[in-house]
Write a protein that binds this ligand. Structure first.
Ligand code: PMP
Length: 427
């Protein structure tokens, strides 16, 4: 849980019970989450390969067919036949587990091949794969910054929790610059002229779907002698001629010192990575505890990720079809006067702006319309900016888009939800 334990009087508890009632600590916290309408419920969804975005919902009343509109398997690659075949055939050949950490018998040829593929995708000397994108940020940032003497980490205010954890674990000084604000960034860089520094930021921000001015940030960082660390988790596979991300699309890969990505979203599998110079990759490999002391990715997952990267490197089809469906969804939602956030990416946030209403909207979409969209509440987004985050894929049909828009319209009207535009909400 991200919040501190609630303040209740421990003496009262100890006096009341003859022995400490440890469970009280946990139930108390859960009650607090429920009261604040932040208690998380997971929907029991089963994706059926070959049928996405349709899936089976195992509800209390039995199985129901639903349409998924919130998957981060953005391009449906988790069901791509070549990717599935790579995973299945590698599992048959190599077995299902890695057999240990990379140091102790867990290294495998499919992981080595995957790292070569990633390095080549991003035009970097080397790459290193981790068990998730979360771990890659936390491990790489904490290790790299810790090794640089007197390093200042300059971090965008919108950065993901995995980045924040990496910064915290580095023990380095940090300064936060206002989200995507070049003037503020420059002010901080100018004030830290005489020391080592890393600017850490993302390309596509996952909740608003806005994009960082990567080229400008990199040029500023260069001017003031800072290293750059870019999280492209929501962009790899999706943007650029070979699916290498926004840095590729803008032709600024060379200005990024460390590029971080995931294999779990557009590539449809699991795992995270960094791509950088040989010495950076080698030092993270050699010194990051959360790389060293954990079991490696299974060879079959690595082989599936390689197949997915190779496919998206040469196939424009998924990206093009997705762009078309995203444009249709955005334009139809706007016409229906629903409060969709305007951005230039594949992420379609529709603001509800209140936690309970957001949950009620998601429940009604699922129950009445067979549409699955997970509500996004605090702390994933700030209070007052709760939302439904819609992610159209190339596999959503025009008929499914029509059903989605009609269903949202019905839910907004029935629940009397606000239709306030983004600008007003952002203030
Ligand atoms: N960085 C960002 C910006 C993210 O949004 C996420 C997860 N949504 C991660 C890192 C972690 O990636 P993964 O799911 O591969 O652990």
């Amino acid at each position: 849980c991200l919040s501190k334990p609630s303040d209740f009087n421990e003496d009262t508890i100890r006096n009341y019970y003859s022995e400490p009632n440890y469970d009280f600590y946990f139930t108390n916290e859960l009650d607090k989450l429920r009261n604040e309408k932040r208690y998380r419920e997971f929907v029991d969804i089963e994706r059926i390969a070959g049928q996405f975005p349709e899936a089976v919902w195992h509800s209390s009343e039995g199985e129901r067919k639903v349409t998924v509109w919130c998957s981060n398997d953005y391009l449906g690659m988790g069901q791509n036949p070549a990717v599935i075949e790579a995973m299945v055939s590698t599992a048959r050949r190599n077995g299902v587990g890695a057999g240990g950490t990379r140091n102790i018998s867990g290294n495998s040829h499919p992981i080595v091949a995957l790292e070569r593929e990633i390095a080549s995708l991003h035009n970097k000397e080397a790459a290193l794969v981790f068990s998730s994108g979360y771990v890659s940020n936390q491990a790489a940032i904490s290790t790299i910054a810790r090794l640089i003497r007197n390093c200042l980490i300059i971090s965008d205010a919108g950065n993901h929790n995995s980045i924040i954890e990496g910064i915290r674990q580095s023990g380095c000084d940090k300064v936060i610059f206002r989200h995507n604000d070049l003037d503020h960034l420059e002010l901080i860089l100018r004030g830290a002229k005489d020391r080592a520094k890393i600017v850490v930021f993302e390309s596509v921000y996952s909740m608003d779907g806005d994009v960082a001015p990567i080229a400008d940030i990199c040029r500023l960082a260069r001017r003031y002698g800072a290293m750059t660390y870019l999280d492209e988790i929501h962009a790899v596979g999706m943007y650029g001629a070979r699916g290498a991300g926004i840095a590729e699309a803008e032709g600024v890969e060379d200005l990024i010192d460390i590029l971080e990505g995931t294999l779990a979203k557009a590539f449809g599998v699991v795992g995270g990575y960094i791509a950088a110079s040989s010495s950076i990759v080698d030092v993270v490999r050699s010194c990051a505890p959360s790389f060293i002391f954990t079991s490696a990715l299974p060879p079959a997952s690595a082989a599936a990720a390689t197949a997915s990267i190779r496919h998206l490197k040469i196939s424009e089809q998924e990206r093009a079809a997705q762009k078309r469906q995203v444009a249709k969804v955005k334009s139809m939602l706007t016409k229906a006067n629903l409060p969709v956030v305007d951005n230039g990416t594949h992420i379609v946030p529709v603001l509800v702006r209140e936690a309970q209403a957001c949950k009620s909207a998601a429940d009604r979409l699922l129950d009445k319309h067979g549409i699955y969209i997970q509500p996004i509440n605090y702390p994933t987004v700030p209070k007052g900016l709760e939302r439904l985050r819609i992610t159209p894929s190339p596999l959503h049909s025009d008929a499914q888009i029509l059903t989605l828009v009609d269903a949202l319209e019905e839910v907004w009207t029935t629940l009397g939800l606000k239709r306030t535009a983004w600008q007003a909400a952002a203030e």
